[in-house]
Design a protein around this ligand. Structure first.
Ligand code: LLP
Length: 432
């Protein structure tokens, strides 16, 4: 029998009937039969619910979706319908946001190494550029960028995996206060509209301790700017970083609660320094799409060794590199046999040619068999977004499910797609 705590990790519209997992009213088995595996199924109800949860908790804030968590035009459109904007961090993500019709006043362009082409595209789109380096200021002004924020790095070490801390001393992102101060001065002298400041402390943060510490330091920075330059930030973008729970053992993080706390932290710090109340911007990625996504895999082989039982599936680190990169933990459900006793502890391996390609170290399942469907919840963020073609595997498809229907929002790659990137005529065949 499935663990109800595990079912609780699945999207809001999930259910189990006669041992069959369904999402958005579509049985997992039907999704796999029609669209193949691996497949990432996104639940529309959950996507909308998370967007509304933040908007209701912090109605005064502009919420922008950090599209790096899963850059997808259908999902960006859906969030636009919910009143969200987009954080983009590349020319590609900017193109996606524009294709989704996100209003330019809601697009923020990030990156610690923006190209002139990117800055020009941001200027043409009328988006706000988040300045990340002093030498970016002239380049932004010269290509016609109008509105900027300055990203400040305040030396706060967030309680998360080292690879996803961003606000610590020595971070490659943003500018420490003295350099940020100079960037504000320089940008203003070049005629840019310096609308405000930006911070992003880190990702997968279970509480607001790092946010709170950061915004207090940010308020001191803003006070210094006011006193020395006569300039105050009208916009305060506090980034994203709100955690999601991947396994029952991780703490539950209520998105409405943490976003409200983060917003209150800004208000408190601003009031304490007599600063003018700013337009607040929140920039969550993972918290909007993480729980909405479920990956379906087909079990290819089961290998029972003395110390471990390996269940090998038809995907792996090419569609979810997070266990390898961050030690991320996941759990799984036997999607078509969920009512059978979970009797065997197994490890779930990917198909790739390295021992580190393990999706789950330990999970309890009904005795697995080749051909079974496995569903891994909370795989909506930074999975397909970080997927690769390792071993020349084609990337999976993504579907959006709601009301008993599934629609493809990103098609599966084919081997022909991969072959099309190659140039493989022999030299002798090359025309002279
Ligand atoms: N804003 C900025 C400027 C960011 O750099 C990020 C994430 C976000 C917002 C959204 O953070 P979120 O709400 O999603 O935590 N690949 C890693 C996560 C990298 C996050 C990068 N920046 C992972 O799979 O855990």
């Amino acid at each position: 029998m499935f663990d109800p705590d595990v079912l609780g990790l699945f999207p809001d519209s999930s259910g189990i009937e006669d041992g069959q997992l369904s999402i958005g009213g579509v049985p997992a088995r039907a999704l796999a039969a029609e669209h193949g595996t691996p497949l990432v199924a996104y639940c529309e109800q959950t996507l909308r619910a998370r967007a509304r949860e933040i908007r209701e908790a912090v109605p005064e804030a502009l919420v922008v979706y950090a599209s790096k968590a899963f850059p997808n035009i259908a999902i960006l459109r859906l969030f636009a319908e919910e009143g969200l904007g987009a954080d983009v961090a590349s020319l590609g993500e900017l193109a996606f946001a524009r294709a989704a019709g996100i209003g330019s006043e809601r697009v923020f362009v990030h990156g610690n190494a923006k190209s002139d082409e990117e800055l020009r595209a941001a200027a043409e789109a009328g988006a706000t550029v988040v300045l990340d380096a002093e030498d970016e200021t002239e380049r932004a002004a010269s290509v016609g960028v109008a509105r900027v924020l300055v990203r400040v790095t305040l030396g706060v070490e967030a309680d998360t995996h080292e690879a996803i801390q961003t606000g610590h001393h020595g971070s490659k992102f943003g500018l420490p206060p003295a350099a940020a101060f100079r960037a504000v001065e320089r940008a203003r002298s070049l005629g840019l509209d310096v609308a405000g400041v930006h911070v992003h402390v880190g990702s997968q943060l279970a509480d607001t301790a790092a946010h709170d510490e950061t915004v207090e330091l940010l308020a001191s920075f803003a006070t210094l700017c006011r006193d020395e330059l006569g300039w105050e930030p009208a916009v305060v973008n506090v980034g994203g970083g709100f955690a999601v729970r991947h396994v029952p053992e991780e703490p539950e993080v209520r998105l409405g609660t943490v976003t409200r706390l983060a917003a209150d932290g800004v208000l408190r710090a601003w009031r304490a320094n007599d600063l003018r109340e700013p337009q607040l911007v929140l920039e969550p990625g993972r918290a909007l799409v993480g729980q909405a996504g479920v990956t379906l895999y087909r079990i290819r082989s089961v290998k029972r060794l003395d110390d471990v039982t390996w269940v090998a599936v038809d995907g792996g680190m090419s569609d979810n590199p997070r266990p390898g990169l961050y030690g991320a933990r996941y759990t799984a459900l036997s999607a078509a046999r969920a009512d059978e006793p979970a009797s065997e502890t197994v490890s779930v391996a990917g198909l790739h040619c390295e021992s580190g390609d393990v999706l789950i170290d330990d999970v309890l399942l009904p005795s697995p068999r080749p051909g079974d469907l496995l569903a891994i919840p909370v795989t909506g963020a930074y999975t397909l977004a970080m997927s690769s073609n390792y071993n020349a595997t084609a990337r999976p498809a993504a579907v959006l499910v709601a009301g008993g229907d599934a629609r493809v929002i990103r098609r599966r790659e084919t081997i022909d797609d991969l072959l099309a990137f190659e140039s493989y005529s022999n030299r002798s065949e090359t025309p002279m």
